[in-house]
Ligand binder design. Structure first.
Ligand SMILES: [Ca+2]
Ligand SMILES: [Ca+2]
Ligand SMILES: [Ca+2]
Length: 442
């Protein structure tokens, strides 16, 4: 019987049996004993993560709600955390940032990022270049004259503003929002966003590419998705040795509802594929909330939430969901099938992923799967570039009062990880931003 279960697990590429997943991981840990000696050199390690202290509050301004944090880490280990804060700029939401040194101490004070404060500035994201310069993006209400527009502020490696805030989207009709960016190693910057009514269809992914002196080298904005039927949204971007990869949700591209697709681009923004490629092999019902991380050799890992909901999909018999991942070679060919990081997750699985720079990726997500108080926690798991899962699912937050939501994570070159999330516990006044640092090994 055990042999049969083992075979079934192999067929589903580690999917079915969490018990056997742990056993496979344990076998791999035998190798880890030798590999751990190389850890300090930033080489591959098969160890699990350990925490560097408990979680802590990021925001200094505590009035009302702070939520939707994102984080990026510079090559020198400095972390930049951004979030939206209700009322902090005096009119609706503001975009706020706090930088940290590599040892986890604060680098300067928190500050309001947006110059235009009228109405809401919200949904911020951040990207950092190899030289430490960085860009913060957000959506601003009515600033471009119609719904939301995408705005940005650039900073040098010392944290000083470079020029004024500016608009990214050229088409201003209706909403442009959900912006993300990545820097290539040559300094080029690709920014993506969702435009809700640009091609007469419901939601497309648009992009612009700038060089290291911020000249527009894509001749303005261009559409990322080839398929425009249905809607395309919830896009993420990562840089690779050959350029950039964008991953997003696409409606009606697979046999049922939502699917995950990706498309590769050169560092100048030229599409390297004629059309997007589907990631999920299980097409039943919804595949959503994708994120992507690139490994040092150009391999990349895409993670997403797989959701089978009988209320939404005729093929779904019972409510079921899991966190799935797939690993690709640098040329975009699949290295693995779907790998299941956690089964029977429930609630809203917002995801984050980061290359831990020691041969694996850290995946974290929101859920209430194993919580005993039916509130959401932040969960995590380590996945090696080989497709091997390390250890078991763990809870990232140390403070488990109330709801922990919208996680994001980034890693320094030495493998130290910085996880952030919104929290209904903590600052005693609405939601707050909390963070916790992790590392590979003990
Ligand atoms: Ca505002
Ligand atoms: Ca607009
Ligand atoms: Ca589907």
């Amino acid at each position: 019987m055990e042999r049969l279960i083992f075979v079934i697990c192999l067929i589903f590429v580690f999917t079915s049996c969490s018990k056997d997943n742990v056993e496979m991981a344990d076998e791999d840990d035998i190798d880890a004993v030798d590999k751990d000696d190389n850890e300090e050199n930033g080489e591959e390690s098969s160890a699990t993560y350990s925490f560097i202290g408990n979680d802590f509050q990021v925001n200094s301004y505590k009035e009302d709600n702070q939520n939707y944090p994102k984080v990026a880490i510079a090559p020198d280990g400095k972390a930049i955390v951004v979030w939206e804060s209700a009322g902090q700029d005096g009119d609706g939401h503001a975009v706020v940032a706090q930088r940290y040194n590599s040892d986890g101490s604060k680098w300067g004070n928190e500050f309001v990022v947006n110059t235009e404060t009228k109405l809401a500035q919200s949904q911020p994201t951040v990207a950092v270049a190899d030289d430490g310069s960085h860009i913060i993006l957000w959506r601003s209400k009515d600033q471009d004259g119609s719904g939301f527009g995408v705005y940005a502020q650039r900073y040098d490696s010392s944290g000083n503003e470079v020029s004024d805030e500016f608009r990214i989207n050229e088409e201003t009709n209706s909403n442009q929002d959900l912006a993300y960016a990545a820097y290539h190693s040559n300094g080029n910057l690709m920014i993506i966003w969702e435009s809700s009514d640009q091609d007469g269809k419901a939601g497309e992914i648009y992009a612009r590419v700038y060089d290291d002196e911020f000249n527009d080298i894509s001749n303005g904005e261009f559409r990322v998705n080839t398929v425009i039927d249905g809607w395309q949204n919830t896009a993420r971007i990562a840089d690779t040795p050959s350029g950039f990869i964008v991953v997003w949700e696409s409606l009606n591209i697979d046999s049922e509802r939502i699917a995950i697709v990706f498309k590769r681009f050169s560092s100048e923004g030229t599409a390297l594929m004629t059309m997007e490629e589907q990631v999920n092999t299980r097409e039943i019902c919804d595949q959503k909330n994708p994120d992507i991380a690139t490994l040092a050799d150009g391999k990349f890992v895409i993670v997403w939430e797989h959701l089978e909901d009988p209320d939404k999909c005729s093929s779904a018999k019972t409510l079921a969901s899991d966190i799935a991942a797939r690993i690709y070679n640098s040329d975009g060919t699949a290295l693995t099938g779907e790998i299941i990081l956690s089964q029977n997750t429930s609630g809203n699985q917002n995801l984050g992923i980061a290359n831990d720079n020691q041969g694996g990726v850290a995946v974290i997500w929101q859920g209430d799967a194993s919580s005993n108080d039916s509130t959401d926690e932040i969960y995590g798991r380590r996945l090696l570039a080989t497709g091997t899962l390390i250890g078991d699912v763990f809870i990232v937050n140390s403070n488990s009062d109330s709801y922990q939501v919208f996680p994001a994570i980034a890693a320094a070159p030495d493998g130290n990880l910085f996880a952030v999330w919104g929290s209904w516990s903590g600052d005693g006044n609405g939601t707050s931003i909390r963070a916790r640092r992790l590392k590979v090994g003990e």
